[in-house]
Design a protein around this ligand. Structure first.
Ligand SMILES: NC(=O)C1=CN([C@@H]2O[C@H](COP(=O)(O)OP(=O)(O)OC[C@H]3O[C@@H](n4cnc5c(N)ncnc54)[C@H](OP(=O)(O)O)[C@@H]3O)[C@@H](O)[C@H]2O)C=CC1
Ligand SMILES: O=C1O[C@H](COP(=O)(O)O)[C@@H](O)[C@H](O)[C@H]1O
Length: 589
């Protein structure tokens, strides 16, 4: 049900509801609340909740209250809410930053802040998910007037049609913004920031102050900034949290050092380590898909699954970001974090509940069953110029003669009874033929004997673009013959959920941090075990353990190295037979 279903008549449905006997159940059946009705929605819900005296549902993966496009957490009792995800209250420590909240963005002059952080904050603001009296403060070394900062902060907000409502919201959003110039290593800048924050907070009604510090910063200043905030800007009484961006180190030792340095100042509970793939709708969907469907749960093991591929493809190269990229490479940039997170959710055992600690306990357990990646299981590539597009080495920001891989395919093995012998192939590359991130689970052959040359089942979870889940399967060819043909069951989101707004990953994650939900953030031990898996191969690539391997070349805009097909076939992957056509199959005469 959509509150204000007729979007051009926002008041009508609400007016109707105001005359009805609205209950919590009615309210929690709304999928989308029009931004203009959000204030009313919240007020009614609060009133009804206080009458009921029930605990709100926690913000948990897959539950409606998590997403920025759905109503705020529904205050319905667990059992009464269909499809609600239950969590163990015992392990929850969430304190929601409801009011008296300031969000401080460090590195506010930078790329991430402009492209992701501020647009996400705007998205949350527009949909009514930010605390009502919130203020947002940018902090960086760059000297900027407030107007310039505001213009920069809203420059990536999408409003191609000049929608009047969005334009008005941008105006109101700018009213929340202010900017402080200061350095990262000098306490005086942080003192000035604290004075500015206290000025803002002086207008708040309560003494409790909530400060959410977002590090949109390069990692070389993480520790200094963490220390300076703690020493100069820590609000007491109040709730203080830091959101830290990747990269969290370059290998096991540096990650441990970074973790322990940050821990001197910030507790695990106060720390939210972002891996933005954990905020993506289809990644969050994996838990629901696996544990809410007995059909899926029943075939999720080595008896049914032959091999799994998790693929990340980008159609552009490093283009000016080569300086950063070259000291990291594609494995640190994408595989060790984003793809490994997807893998752990795909393969973990059923958590006791959907609480943050229960989920992360299971993720850590499965990651600990993965031995370090071997050289034999790894294929490395680097793109070369093609069709007028420059090769990696032609990027001026890349060191000459670099052997940094821009493509990697590597196979992981899980030594536990569920997954023993199943290859998990992680593949990621820059400058490929398309933009796509997907999980492809290929099932085993059916028992032979009654069919010739029958295609294997494959379950595909397309994370982006155009979110979808489809199962490639065999069906009888329509008509009088009895022949099997490859077809699929298709859940393409924009067809099935025509009016759904899929939240941006950063919207979902910032909301989680405000609500105190760690489920979709990386815990310290998760990080440690992730680095254990990748460190030996990274040291080999870096040349710290002998000669550096040379990546094979692949053309800009291609599918990747020519060796890739043979690589995935080595692990049992079989291509679907060539008569399969998507989305429409022509049967011919
Ligand atoms: N950009 C992206 O799309 C993504 C970025 N990230 C991560 O987010 C973080 C920020 O990324 P991004 O915004 O691209 O980074 P930027 O290089 O744009 O840096 C952000 C800001 O930090 C300051 N800064 C830059 N270099 C230094 C330095 N050497 N010492 C001190 N301050 C510096 C600058 O602000 P000033 O000089 O004004 O203080 C700059 O505006 C990084 O950890 C990155 O890995 C993660 C995912 C995607
Ligand atoms: O963290 C990173 O992710 C982006 C890809 O993110 P996506 O949400 O667009 O899939 C990648 O381009 C970048 O190199 C990497 O640092």
């Amino acid at each position: 049900m959509i509150l204000n279903q007729a979007r051009n008549r926002p008041g009508r449905r609400r007016a109707q509801l105001e005359n009805e006997n609205v209950t919590l159940e009615t309210l929690s059946s709304f999928h989308v609340v029009h931004p203009r009705s959000m204030g009313w929605y919240r007020a009614v819900k609060e009133k009804l909740s206080s009458k009921r005296d029930v605990k709100p549902l926690p913000a948990t993966p897959g539950s409606q209250p998590l997403t920025a496009s759905s109503p705020p957490p529904a205050a319905a009792p667990h059992a009464a809410t269909r499809g609600a995800v239950s969590s163990s209250d015992a392990s929850r420590d969430e304190i929601e930053m409801k009011d008296n909240t300031v969000i401080i963005v460090f590195g506010a002059s930078g790329d991430l802040a402009k492209k992701k952080t501020f647009p996400a904050l705007f998205g949350l603001f527009r949909q009514g998910f930010l605390p009502p009296d919130v203020k947002i403060v940018g902090y960086a070394r760059t000297k900027m007037e407030r107007d310039d900062f505001c213009a920069r902060a809203v420059s990536y907000i999408k409003n191609a049609q000049n929608d009047a409502e969005i334009t008005a919201s941008i105006g109101k959003f700018k009213d929340l913004l202010s900017y402080v110039t200061g350095s990262y290593d000098d306490g005086a800048g942080f003192d000035a920031l604290d004075v500015h924050l206290k000025d803002i907070e002086a207008k708040y009604t309560s003494k409790d102050r909530n400060r959410l510090f977002y590090f949109a910063l390069p990692p070389n200043v993480f520790v200094t900034v963490a220390k300076n905030i703690k020493e100069h800007c820590y609000a007491e009484p109040g709730v203080n949290r830091i959101i830290v961006e990747k990269p969290f180190g370059k290998d096991l030792d540096s990650a441990r050092e970074l973790l322990s340095s940050l821990k001197q100042y910030w507790s695990e509970e106060e720390t939210y380590r972002i891996d933005h793939y954990l905020g993506k709708e289809m990644v969050k969907n994996i838990l629901v898909l696996r544990f809410a469907n007995v059909t899926v749960g029943g075939i999720w093991d080595k008896s049914h699954i032959s091999n799994v591929q998790i693929t990340f493809k980008e159609p552009f190269g490093t283009e000016g970001r080569g300086g950063y990229f070259d000291s990291f490479g594609i494995i640190r940039d994408v595989l060790q974090n984003h793809l490994l997170q997807v893998l752990s959710i795909l393969t973990m055992e059923r958590p006791v509940s959907f609480s943050a600690e229960d989920i992360r306990d299971e993720k850590v357990k499965v990651l600990r069953s993965i031995p370090p990646i071997t050289r034999e299981d790894t294929l490395l590539g680097q793109y070369v110029g093609a069709d007028g597009k420059p090769g990696y080495l032609e990027d001026e920001t890349v060191p000459r003669g670099s052997v940094c891989p821009t493509f990697a395919a590597t196979t992981l093995w899980i030594n536990n009874p569920r997954w023993e012998g199943v290859p998990f192939i992680l593949k990621a590359g820059k400058a490929l033929n398309e933009a796509k991130v997907e999980v492809r689970i290929q099932f085993k052959d059916v028992t032979q004997g009654i069919f010739d040359d029958i295609t294997r089942n494959e379950l595909v979870i397309r994370i982006q673009p155009s979110e979808a889940i489809y199962l490639k399967m065999n069906a009888k060819t329509p008509g009088l013959q009895t022949r099997a043909m490859a077809t699929e069951m298709d859940l393409t989101y924009n067809r099935r959920f025509a009016d759904a707004k899929i939240p941006e990953a950063y919207e979902a994650l910032i909301l989680d941090a405000l609500q105190g939900d760690h489920s979709n953030f990386v815990r310290h031990d998760e990080l440690d075990v992730a680095w254990k898996i990748f460190t030996p191969i990274l040291h080999w690539i870096d040349g710290t353990s002998g000669t550096r391997p040379s990546p094979v070349g692949y053309a800009y805009g291609s599918r990747g190295p020519a060796e890739l097909n043979a690589f995935v076939e080595r692990y049992g992957y079989q291509r679907t037979n060539s008569s399969y056509e998507w989305p429409v199959t022509k049967l011919g005469a």
